[in-house]
Write a protein that binds this ligand. Structure first.
Ligand code: SDX
Length: 390
C-alpha cells in the first residue's frame, strides 16, 4: 500500500468535497442554503425559489422565476411509452422502487447526455428533471391505486400540480386546499438539501463516473429509500401506529430502543450531524400543530409523538447520546393529515430533495471532481494455491 489508508466506516469523520451549497452546524442546530437560514426560507420563499437558489446559487428575480416555471412547463409531458414500464410493476410494488426505476428509464427517452459545459443544455436538463420527476413520482401512487395517470397542468403552480397529479379523478373537478399547498411547499423547502447525506453522496458518487443526471438521481432515490435515511418518515408513522395499537405505552418502546439486544431504534430520532435539535424538526413540529388545527384533524398519533418526544428528551440514554427528533419525526404526521398514504412519505422526501440532488450533481460536475474510488484495507486470505475443491 502506498501511503497510509485510514478506514472511516460510514465516513463519520471524512469530508468528500468542498461545496458552496448548504451549511450545517450540528452542535448549534444551524441549516443554511447558499447562506440563507432555513427559518427565513421556510417562512418567506417558495419551493421553486429555493430550488432555483440551490441549483443556480442566487434567489431568482421575478423574470428568472417565471422563466424557470416556463422551462418546467415546457418539459412537463412524460413520454407515453413510460406507461408501459410502470404497467410492468405489481400494484404492491413500493413507490420508491418504482420511482427509482422510472427515473432511470427517463434516460431512454432523453438519451442526450447532459453536457455540463453548455449552460443552455444544462438548464433544459434541469427543468426536464424537475418536471418529469414530479409527474412520475405521483404516477407511483396512481398505479398503486389503480387510478388513471394524470398530466401536469400548465395552468397551475408546481406544488399545486403535485396535489392535482396525485388526487385529480376523472369523476369530477379537483382543487387543492391552499392550506395544504402552503404546508407542502414549506415541507419541500425543509427537505431540499442537506450537504453530504447518504443519498446526496450517492448522487455525487454515481455522477462522478459521468453517468447521466437521471441515472444519478435514480441512485439517490434508492439510497433515500432506506429506513435509516429518508425511509425513516414512513418508519416513524409505522412505529407510532404500533405504539398506539399497543395502548400508547411509550416507555415500553423507549426501553426497546435502549436495549442493545433489540434491533428496534426510535425512528425519527438521532442524526449523524445534529447533536442538537434538527432545526427542520422544530419548524415541522410547529407546522404539524397548525395544519392539523386548520384542517380540523384530530390525530391521536400526534399526541403519541409528543409523549414519546418528551419522554426521550428526558431520558439519560438519549440525552447522553445527543439524540433529538430529526426531520422525519413529525413530517409523516403532516403528510397523513394531508391525505398522503404512508408508503408515499419517502417519495415526498425525494420530491423535496430533488433540487438539492441536482444542485450537488451540477456542482460536482462543474468542479470537475475526479471519479469516486476509495481504497480499502484487505483482511482476506493470503495467497493460496488452487486445489480443486472435489
Ligand atoms: C435523515 O445525514 C443526513 O443529513 C440525513 C437527513 C437528510 O436530510 O438527508 O437528515 C435525513 O436521514 C434523518 C435520519 C433519519 N433516520 C432515523 O430517524 C433512523 C433512526 N436514527 C438512527 O438510525 C441514527 O440516529 C442515524 C442513522 C440517523 C445516525 O446514525 P449514526 O450517526 O451512525 O449513529 P450511531 O448509529 O453510531 O448511534 C450512536 C449511538 C449508538 O449507541 P451506542 O453504540 O453509542 O451505545 O446512538 C444510538 C446507537 O445505538 N442511537 C439510537 C438511535 N440513533 C442512534 N438508539 C436508539 N434509537 C435511535 N434512533
Amino acid at each position: 500500500l502506498t501511503g497510509i489508508i485510514t478506514i472511516d466506516p460510514g465516513y463519520k469523520n471524512s469530508g468528500s468535497c468542498t461545496s458552496e451549497i448548504t451549511f450545517l452546524d450540528g452542535e448549534l442546530g444551524i441549516l443554511r442554503y447558499r447562506g440563507y437560514s432555513i427559518e427565513d426560507l421556510a417562512e418567506k420563499a417558495s419551493f421553486l425559489e429555493v430550488s432555483y437558489l440551490l441549483i443556480f446559487g442566487e434567489l431568482p428575480t421575478a423574470a428568472e422565476l417565471e422563466n424557470f416555471e416556463n422551462g418546467i412547463k415546457k418539459h412537463s409531458l412524460v413520454n407515453e411509452e413510460m406507461k408501459n414500464i410502470i404497467d410492468g410493476f405489481p400494484k404492491t410494488a413500493h413507490p420508491m422502487g418504482v420511482l427509482s426505476a422510472l427515473t432511470s428509464a427517463l434516460t431512454a427517452f432523453n438519451p442526450k447526455a447532459v453536457n455540463v459545459d453548455n449552460e443552455k443544455e444544462m438548464y433544459e436538463a434541469i427543468c426536464k428533471t424537475m418536471a418529469k420527476f414530479l409527474v412520475i413520482a405521483t404516477w407511483t401512487y396512481r398505479k398503486s391505486m389503480g387510478y388513471p395517470l394524470n398530466y401536469y397542468d400548465n395552468t397551475k403552480g408546481y406544488v399545486e400540480n403535485f396535489m392535482q397529479l396525485m388526487f385529480q379523478l376523472p369523476t369530477g373537478p379537483y382543487s387543492a386546499n391552499p392550506v395544504v399547498v402552503d404546508a407542502l411547499d414549506k415541507l419541500f423547502i425543509l427537505h431540499a438539501d442537506h450537504e453530504q447525506n447518504c443519498s446526496t453522496s450517492t448522487v455525487r458518487m454515481v455522477g462522478s463516473s459521468h453517468a447521466g443526471l437521471f441515472a444519478s438521481i435514480s441512485s439517490g432515490v434508492s439510497a433515500l429509500w432506506g429506513p435509516l435515511h429518508g425511509g425513516a418518515n414512513q418508519a416513524v408513522l409505522e412505529m407510532l401506529e404500533e405504539i398506539n395499537k399497543d395502548g400508547g405505552d411509550t416507555d415500553k418502546f423507549l426501553a426497546k430502543a435502549k436495549d442493545k439486544n433489540d434491533p428496534f431504534r426510535l425512528m425519527g430520532f438521532g442524526h449523524r450531524v445534529y447533536k442538537n435539535f434538527d432545526p427542520r424538526a422544530k419548524i415541522i413540529k410547529k407546522a404539524a400543530k397548525e395544519v392539523l388545527e386548520t384542517l380540523g384533524v384530530e390525530d391521536p398519533i400526534l399526541d403519541i409523538a409528543r409523549k414519546l418526544e418528551t419522554a426521550a428528551l428526558e431520558d439519560e440514554y438519549f440525552k447522553s447520546r445527543n439524540l433529538y427528533p430529526n426531520v422525519d419525526f413529525y413530517s409523516g404526521i403532516i403528510y397523513r393529515a394531508l391525505g398522503i398514504p404512508t408508503d408515499m412519505f419517502t417519495v415526498m422526501f425525494a420530491i423535496g430533495r430533488l433540487p438539492g440532488w441536482i444542485a450537488q450533481w451540477k456542482e460536482m460536475r462543474e468542479n470537475k471532481e475526479p471519479i469516486g474510488r476509495p481504497r480499502q484495507i484487505y483482511t482476506g486470505h493470503p495467497l493460496r494455491e488452487f486445489k480443486p475443491n472435489k
